[in-house]
Design a protein around this ligand. Structure first.
Ligand SMILES: *[C@@H]1O[C@H](CO)[C@@H](O)[C@H](O)[C@H]1NC(C)=O
Ligand SMILES: *[C@@H]1O[C@H](CO)[C@@H](O)[C@H](O)[C@H]1NC(C)=O
Ligand SMILES: *[C@@H]1O[C@H](CO)[C@@H](O)[C@H](O)[C@H]1NC(C)=O
Ligand SMILES: CC(=O)N[C@H]1CO[C@H](CO)[C@@H](O)[C@@H]1O
Length: 882
C-alpha cells in the first residue's frame, strides 16, 4: 500500500515545453506583444488545416491564406493599441499572443495549451487549479463554432475566460457545459428566428431549406423549420448536403439542384458553408434556375461565393450578418500597415490579396471580417479589467498576477457603451444586439454586400429599408391569397396549400386567408361570399301595409257602427224594438264586440311578447261574451216557441241571462288563463336563410289555442242549433233567421280560417291578417244581422215602434192564421181541441198547436201571454205582411 500523500505527489506533475518564441518557422504563432496583462487570440488565418495523413506529430503547417481573418486579427491588435492609448486602463499595458487555428481544432488545441502555460513555459498538471496562474488571462476567439467548442471545453477546466467574436452555435449558450465562454455575437437561436421573421416580412409562406449535414446545419435547419412553422410558413422540402467532399456529395448536390429546379417555391434558405454553396451554385447555373436565396451568416458575406462568375444568374441573394459597426481609423491603419514595422506574420500574403488593391476593396474586406466584433470583445475585456484592477482616472492596482478565473465574473457582468450602443452579456454570455440584413448587389461586375435592414432581438422585429423592400416583387406561396369573403380549404397534409371557397350565406370572413368563416351574429346576415354581415330586415304585418290599412279601416268602421248603434239605442231606449233586440243584452254585446275589435290592433305591427300573449285571449274572451249573449237570445227564442208548459217551466227556470253569460265567459277565461300559465305564446324569430327574419307569434300551445277557438265554435254551434229550430217561427219573427245567418257566417269563416291556419307555412307574415279578416267577418256578420234590422226600424219605421202595435199585430197574426197555442192537452185537459196534422205545425216541434179552441176567454189569455213573449223577444221586419 502506497501512502496517500505519495499518490497525490505522483499525480501532480509538470509539463514543460520550449518557449513558443523559440519555435522554428513555420509556426502557428502569428503575432505577440508583451504587456502587463496578455490576451490570447485565435484566428483562422489559413483556411486549410494540417495534412490529414500525418505520420509524425511534427510542426503544424497550414495553407490557403484568408485575408478577412488576417484583418480580423489585426483588428485585435489595433483594438489593444486603442485601449493602451486611451485612459481606460491608466498605466497598464495590454499585450497579446495571437495564434492561427488553421480553421481546425488541432491547431486551436495546441494554441490553447500554450495559453495555459505558466511563465516557465510549463503546463502544470494539478488537482486544484484555483491557484494556477498562466501567462494568458483571457482568450479572444475563435471564428468557427466547432473550434470554439473544443477550446471552450479545455478552458472550462480552468475557468479561463474566453470571448468569441463569431462562434454562434446554440450549444455554446449552455453555461453548465461552457461556464467560461462568452461571445460578442448573438446565439444562432436568434438567427433562425430572424430569418423566419425575414421570410414572413416578405409574405413568403412556401419555401425550401438546405443545410449541411453536420451539427451546425442540422440544428440550424431544425430550429428554422420550427420557428417558421410557428409563423405559418410551410416547407416544400428540406435537404442536407454531406460535408465530406467526393462523389457522394457531388451526386447529392446534383439531386438537390434538380429538386430546386422542379420546385414551386421561389425562396430557398441555405445554412451551408460558403465552399459548398459554391458547388451548389455551379450546378444551379448549369440548370438555369433562378430563385431567391436567403443566406445564413455561414456564407452571407462569403467573398468566395460572391466572386464566382455570374453569381447574379442564380437570382437574388439576401443574407444575415452580425450587426456591423465602424472602428475609428481602422481602415487607415490597415492601409498603412507597414511591412517592416509590424510584427505580424503573413503580411506579405496580405499584400498579395485583393483587399489592398483599392480603398473600396479594403472597406469591403473589413466589413465582411469580424473586426468590429473583435473590437467589442477587447473593449469588454478592458472594461472588466478596469473593474478587476479597481482603476480610477489615474491609477490601476498593479496586481497583475491573478488567476484567470478571477476575471470571469467581472467579464460576465461587464456593461459599457460604445458609439451610442450599450453592450452587455446576457445570462447565457451572449450579446443581444441583433443582426443586419444584406443584399448582394452587382456593382461594376462585382458583388457588393449592401445593408438592407436589421433585426432587433428584443422586439423580434425585422426592419427592411423601404427602398429595397419595394423592389422585391417575388412571391413564394403554395396557393394564392384567399380574399375576404372566402376561406381556405386546407388539405390535410399541408396548411399552406389550399383552395379558396366562398363563405356560405349567413357566414363571413373579414381578412385575407381566413381559416374559417365566422357566423353572423343573431340579427345579422350575409350573402354567400360576404366579408361583412348586414342587419336582417324584420318581416311582419306592418301598420302601413296595404292589408293593414284596409283592415284598420274596417275595424274603425266597425267601431263607428257600434257608436251609432249605441246612440240609436240610447235614444230609443225602452221602445219595443230595442227591447226586442235584447235591451241591456245589446249593450253588453256591443261592448264585447268593441273589445273584439280593439283586439285586432294587437294583430298588426311588430309582434312582441306582450302582444302575442294578449291578442288571442283578448279576442277569445270578448268574443265568447258576445256569443254567450247571442246564445241567451237563441235560448229565449226556444223559450218563446216552447208551448209545452212543463218544458217551458223548466226552460224558464234555466233561463237566467246573467249567470249564463258569466259562466260561459268564465269558462273561456279559465281556458285562456290555463293556456297563458302553461305554454303561453311568444315572439318567434324565424331566421330563414335569407336576409329576412319573420317575426311572428308562436301560439305556444296549439292545444290552448285550439281549445279557445273550439269553445267559441261550440257555443256558436249551439246558437246555430237553437236558432235553426226557431227559423220556422211566424213570418213576423225574423230574429231566429238573423241569428242563424250571423252564426252561420261565423261558423263558415272560422272553418276556413282553421283550414288556412293548418296549411299555412309557419310564421307566415299574413297569418295575423287572415285571422283579423275572420274576426272582422264574424263581427260584421253579427253587427248586421243582430243590430241592423232594429236600427232600421228605429230610424225609418219609428211610428210602428209602439208596444200596442206589437201586441195587436201579434194577436192579429195569430188569429188570421187561425192558429194559437195552448198548453199540452195532457196537462190542460179541460180544453178540447182537434189536433192539427203535424205537417201544418208552424212552430217548434215541442209545441202543440190547436185549432178552434172552445174557451175563447182562455184563448185570449193565452194569446196575450204568447204575444208578450214574442213582443219582448222579436221584431218585425216587414210590418206590411201582418
Ligand atoms: C497609440 O499611440 C501611439 C503613439 O502615440 C500611436 O502611434 C498609435 O497610432 C496610437 N494607436 C491608436 C490605435 O490610436
Ligand atoms: C484549492 O486551492 C485553493 C487555493 O490554494 C484552496 O483555497 C482550496 O481550499 C483548495 N481546494 C481544495 C478542495 O483543496
Ligand atoms: C420533377 O417533376 C417531374 C414531373 O413533375 C417528375 O417526374 C420528376 O421526378 C421530378 N424530378 C425531381 C428531381 O424531383
Ligand atoms: C499608451 C501605450 O502604452 N500605448 C501602447 C499600447 O500598446 C501598443 C502595443 O500593443 C503600443 O504600441 C503602444 O505604444
Amino acid at each position: 500500500m502506497f501512502p496517500m500523500h505519495l499518490i497525490l505527489a505522483v499525480s501532480c506533475w509538470v509539463l514543460c515545453f520550449n518557449s513558443a518564441r523559440l519555435c522554428d518557422t513555420p509556426d502557428i504563432l502569428i503575432a505577440n506583444s508583451s504587456g502587463d496583462i496578455i490576451i490570447g487570440g485565435l484566428f483562422p488565418i489559413h483556411r486549410v488545416g494540417p495534412d490529414t495523413n500525418r505520420t509524425q506529430p511534427g510542426p503544424i503547417t497550414c495553407s490557403d491564406f484568408n485575408p478577412n481573418s488576417f484583418i480580423t486579427a489585426n483588428a485585435m491588435i489595433y483594438s489593444i493599441d486603442q485601449i493602451n492609448n486611451s485612459t481606460l486602463l491608466p498605466g497598464i499595458k495590454l499585450g497579446y499572443e495571437i495564434y492561427d487555428t488553421c480553421s481546425d481544432v488541432i491547431a486551436a488545441v495546441e494554441a490553447t495549451t500554450r495559453f495555459l502555460s505558466t511563465s516557465e513555459n510549463c503546463v502544470e498538471v494539478r488537482c486544484n487549479y484555483t491557484d494556477y496562474r498562466p501567462n494568458i488571462k483571457v482568450v479572444v476567439g475563435s471564428t468557427f463554432s466547432e473550434v470554439s467548442i473544443a477550446v471552450a471545453r479545455i478552458l472550462n477546466r480552468y475557468l479561463m475566460p474566453q470571448v468569441a467574436y463569431a462562434a454562434s452555435a446554440k450549444l455554446l449558450s449552455n453555461k453548465n457545459r461552457f461556464a467560461s465562454f462568452l461571445r460578442t455575437v448573438p446565439s444562432d437561436i436568434h438567427q433562425t428566428q430572424a430569418l423566419a421573421e425575414l421570410v414572413k416580412k416578405f409574405n413568403w409562406n412556401w419555401i425550401a431549406v438546405i443545410a449541411t449535414n453536420d451539427d451546425y446545419g442540422r440544428s440550424a435547419m431544425n430550429d428554422f423549420i420550427v420557428k417558421s412553422q410557428n409563423l405559418n410558413i410551410c416547407f416544400e422540402f428540406s435537404e442536407l448536403i454531406p460535408i465530406y467532399e467526393g462523389e457522394a456529395q457531388n451526386a447529392r448536390i446534383e439531386e438537390i439542384a434538380k429538386k430546386i429546379k422542379n420546385s414551386t417555391s421561389n425562396v430557398i434558405v441555405v445554412f451551408v458553408r460558403g465552399q459548398f454553396v459554391k458547388l451548389l451554385f455551379k450546378k444551379i447555373k448549369m440548370l438555369k434556375v433562378k430563385k431567391t436565396w436567403i443566406a445564413s451568416d455561414a456564407w452571407s458575406n462569403s467573398r468566395n461565393v460572391a466572386d464566382l462568375d455570374d453569381t447574379a444568374d442564380v437570382g437574388k441573394i439576401m443574407g444575415i450578418v452580425f450587426k456591423n459597426g465602424d472602428i475609428r481609423n481602422f481602415p487607415d491603419y490597415m492601409q498603412t500597415l507597414n511591412r517592416s514595422s509590424t510584427n505580424i506574420k503573413f503580411i506579405n500574403n496580405y499584400y498579395k490579396t485583393n483587399c489592398v488593391a483599392s480603398e473600396d476593396n479594403l472597406t469591403d474586406c473589413i466589413r465582411i471580417s469580424y473586426a468590429y466584433r473583435v473590437n467589442l470583445a477587447i473593449r469588454a475585456i478592458a472594461h472588466a479589467l478596469q473593474k478587476k484592477l479597481s482603476c480610477d482616472s489615474e491609477n490601476c492596482s498593479r496586481d497583475f498576477n491573478f488567476a484567470p478565473w478571477q476575471l470571469l465574473n467581472f467579464l460576465k457582468n461587464v456593461s459599457f457603451t460604445h458609439e451610442n450602443g450599450k453592450f452587455e452579456f446576457d445570462d447565457s454570455g451572449d450579446f443581444t444586439d441583433g443582426y443586419d440584413f444584406i443584399s448582394w448587389q452587382l456593382v461594376n461586375g462585382s458583388v457588393q454586400f449592401q445593408p438592407i435592414g436589421g433585426y432587433d432581438l428584443k422586439t423580434k422585429k425585422v426592419i427592411i429599408n423601404d427602398s429595397y423592400f419595394n423592389t422585391v416583387k417575388i412571391k413564394s406561396s403554395c396557393s394564392g391569397t384567399c380574399q375576404p369573403g372566402e376561406r381556405k380549404n386546407v388539405s390535410s397534409t399541408n396548411s399552406c396549400c389550399y383552395g379558396c371557397i366562398p363563405c356560405p350565406a349567413g357566414r363571413y370572413s373579414e381578412r385575407n386567408d381566413s381559416n374559417d368563416c365566422d357566423v353572423c351574429p343573431g340579427d345579422w346576415w350575409s350573402e354567400k361570399g360576404s366579408s361583412t354581415c348586414k342587419p336582417r330586415t324584420f318581416e311582419f304585418l306592418r301598420w302601413n301595409d296595404v292589408v293593414s290599412i284596409v283592415l284598420i279601416t274596417f275595424t274603425c268602421l266597425g267601431i263607428l257602427v257600434i257608436c251609432v248603434i249605441v246612440v240609436l239605442f240610447r235614444k230609443n231606449w225602452g221602445t219595443p224594438a230595442v227591447n226586442a233586440a235584447g235591451g241591456w243584452l245589446s249593450y253588453l254585446m256591443l261592448f264585447s264586440i268593441l273589445l273584439s275589435l280593439v283586439s285586432i290592433f294587437f294583430f298588426i305591427g311588430k309582434p312582441d311578447n306582450f302582444k302575442c300573449q294578449i291578442r288571442q285571449p283578448f279576442f277569445g274572451i270578448s268574443f265568447t261574451c258576445c256569443i254567450s249573449c247571442i246564445l241567451v237570445k237563441s235560448f229565449r227564442i226556444i223559450l218563446a216557441f216552447t208551448f209545452n208548459p212543463i218544458l217551458r217551466k223548466k226552460l224558464k227556470y234555466i233561463y237566467k241571462p246573467v249567470p249564463i253569460i258569466t259562466i260561459i265567459t268564465g269558462i273561456q277565461v279559465i281556458i285562456c288563463t290555463t293556456w297563458l300559465l302553461t305554454m303561453h305564446p311568444y315572439v318567434d324569430k324565424n331566421a330563414s336563410n335569407s336576409g329576412i327574419i319573420f317575426l311572428s307569434c308562436q301560439e305556444g300551445s296549439i292545444v290552448g289555442f285550439g281549445f279557445m277557438l273550439s269553445y267559441i265554435y261550440l257555443l256558436a254551434f249551439i246558437c246555430f242549433i237553437f236558432a235553426f229550430k226557431g227559423r220556422k217561427a211566424p213570418d213576423n219573427y225574423k230574429e231566429a233567421k238573423f241569428i242563424t245567418f250571423s252564426v252561420l257566417i261565423y261558423l263558415i269563416v272560422w272553418i276556413l280560417f282553421i283550414l288556412v291556419y293548418i296549411n299555412e307555412e309557419e310564421g307566415h307574415k299574413n297569418l295575423p291578417a287572415i285571422e283579423v279578416v275572420a274576426i272582422l267577418a264574424s263581427i260584421f256578420g253579427i253587427l248586421c244581422c243582430q243590430f241592423g234590422p232594429t236600427s232600421y226600424i228605429v230610424c225609418f219605421k219609428n211610428e210602428s215602434n209602439v208596444e200596442s202595435n206589437y201586441l195587436v199585430q201579434v194577436r192579429e197574426y195569430l188569429k188570421r192564421k187561425g192558429q194559437f197555442v195552448v198548453p199540452n192537452p195532457k196537462i190542460s185537459s179541460e180544453t178540447s181541441v182537434t189536433e192539427l196534422p203535424s205537417s201544418s205545425v208552424p212552430c217548434t216541434s215541442e209545441s202543440v198547436v190547436y185549432q178552434n179552441p172552445s174557451n175563447k176567454e182562455q184563448i185570449n189569455v193565452l194569446i196575450n201571454e204568447q204575444t208578450r213573449t214574442f213582443a219582448s223577444s222579436s221584431l218585425r221586419k216587414r210590418r206590411g205582411s201582418w
